[in-house]
Design a protein around this ligand. Structure first.
Ligand code: PMV
Length: 298
């Protein structure tokens, strides 16, 4: 039996712009999905969602891809996840990458991390129709990463508080909404994406300098631009303002928006206060940190 775990992620900057080739910075967070794999004559999958292979399309697709490389009959899969599903924290990428990795080790397939990230991206593309490589890459490699170049940046020395609205949102629908806006106002949306790109490039240097306070300020500006793209919602706004008022360096939507999660960058001594403010504003607060650890054994 092999157990592998992989992290979820947040976007510090650049979601939506990254769909059109713009810059984005995303970080692996210390919330993980653990997958155990054991060879078996038939495939079975067990998780909190229950037993049954059809509840787990990503895992099933990952198994199908690995079967072509390793030629096993089936696998017994057990999934245990700390990442809330469907909330923009990369839960599907984490379960996909942990499954691919555990099968890779269990059957000595010999895939490199880069190959696992690439295979994970193809799983997401086939299940979702379209997906950027951000989630699967970060979940495989961990750390803070500039996209699309995949350059690894320094780790952030501060805490992260996530606010989950509990309102699921469809990435596909939100990306479609931005695409319609772009068709109607190409010149304006182009400038918004350019501004997000400029923020991200500044963010890149500030991360190298470890300047969390200014990174937070830029997250707030990025949030204004995400609002202008129409991906905000009242629940997210309430939590974002509550986090800022409670002393966060900055707070914004993470991921597609329209529901899902917001993220606040905070100093260690403020994390509790910010989490409480998010809860009072109606969110479910999750305190976490950026992690260097990508997918690995255990
Ligand atoms: O909500 P998430 O974690 O699926 O992030 C979506 C981010 C987008 O930039 C909107 C789409 C993408 O594939 O990068």
């Amino acid at each position: 039996m092999t157990i592998c775990s992989a992290p979820g992620k947040i976007f510090l900057f650049g979601e939506h712009a990254v769909v059109y080739g713009g810059f984005a910075i995303a970080c692996a967070i210390d919330l993980r999905t653990r997958v155990s794999i054991q060879g078996s004559l038939e495939t079975s999958i067990t998780s909190k969602l229950g037993r049954g292979i059809n509840r787990h399309p990503y895992v099933l697709k990952a198994i199908e891809k690995m079967k072509m490389l390793a030629g096993f009959d089936g696998v017994k899969v057990k999934i245990d996840s700390e990442i809330p599903p469907g909330s923009g924290l990369g839960s599907s990428a984490a379960v996909t990458i942990a499954t691919l990795s555990a099968i890779n080790m269990e059957f000595d397939v010999g895939l490199s991390d880069e190959e696992i990230a690439e295979l994970g991206h193809s799983v997401e593309r086939e299940i979702q129709g379209a997906a950027s490589p951000t989630d699967t890459f970060i979940s495989t490699m961990g750390g803070v990463v500039l996209m699309p170049s995949r350059r690894r940046l320094k780790n952030l020395d501060c805490d992260i508080v996530i606010g989950d609205t509990g309102k699921t949102s469809s990435t596909k629908e939100l990306v479609g909404r931005v695409s319609l806006l772009r068709e109607r106002y190409p010149d304006i949306v182009h400038m918004i994406f350019n501004a997000i790109g400029a923020i991200t490039r500044r963010g890149e240097h500030l991360i190298e300098e470890g300047d969390c306070s200014t990174i937070g300020e830029l997250m707030n500006i990025n949030q204004g631009l995400l609002e202008s793209l129409g991906v905000g919602c009242p629940e997210l706004s309430a939590q974002i303002y509550a986090a800022r008022d409670a002393g966060a360096f900055g707070a914004k939507i993470t991921g597609a928006g329209g529901g899902g999660c917001m993220v606040a960058l905070v100093s260690h001594d403020r994390a509790e206060k910010v989490a409480k403010a998010i809860e009072e504003a109606g969110g479910h607060a999750i305190k976490t940190r950026v992690t260097e650890d990508g997918c690995g054994k255990g």
